[in-house]
Design a binder for this molecule. Sequence first.
Ligand SMILES: CC(C)(COP(=O)(O)OP(=O)(O)OC[C@H]1O[C@@H](n2cnc3c(N)ncnc32)[C@H](O)[C@@H]1OP(=O)(O)O)[C@@H](O)C(=O)NCCC(=O)NCCS
Length: 182
Amino acid sequence: MFALALTDTAELRPLSPWHAEEFLTHLDRAREHIAPWVGASFVATDLDSARRVLRRYAERWADDAGGIWGIWADGTLVGGVMFVSFDPQSGVAEAGCWLEPGAEGRGLVTRAASRILDWAIRERGIHRVEWRTKVDNVRSIAVARRLGMRHEGTLREVASGPAGRIDIAVWAVLAGEWRAAG
Ligand SMILES: CC(C)(COP(=O)(O)OP(=O)(O)OC[C@H]1O[C@@H](n2cnc3c(N)ncnc32)[C@H](O)[C@@H]1OP(=O)(O)O)[C@@H](O)C(=O)NCCC(=O)NCCS
């Protein structure tokens, strides 16, 4: 119902719990590709867990503490962007993203993330948007760069993963930098 054009054929729309079935079908195409890079709880494997992921974001949206939006290309859900966290009081938010492999390389996530960052900074008064990614996630880092973010540092061995401890790079853009870049 509410859609924002990203290209001639792609749209950004709210992604809600009632999309759970469509979300799961999309994850079946994306799972292998995104699993190394996103939190395990996001990669739902059945309808209940898909609904839980979307409900979690719906609750964050209701609490003004996050949100999730899907990218539909030619009418098919192919990925999305989110605010993993969003705190208007401190003025800090963390954005994230994912795509199924067939939708990469078209600038869809850069466009979608730009839209939600613009909303957060210009309409909601967020002062700082962060982007946290594993240090070897080249494509995610390229998105952060395209959004005009700066690499602020690396949280060394901050989390544990199946192959050992993980280094997380922190990228961010400040409201003044975002506005100056237009
Ligand atoms: C991270 C991820 C979403 C990036 O996808 P992506 O397609 O590289 O990013 P975009 O949609 O912004 O597209 C950028 C690509 O489109 C190209 N492009 C075409 N038109 C463009 C435009 N108008 N604007 C920007 N890029 C454009 C860019 O050149 C780039 O392609 P290249 O890398 O081959 O040079 C994707 O790799 C992914 O889902 N990875 C697994 C999950 C993940 O890592 N999530 C993030 C966790 S931190």
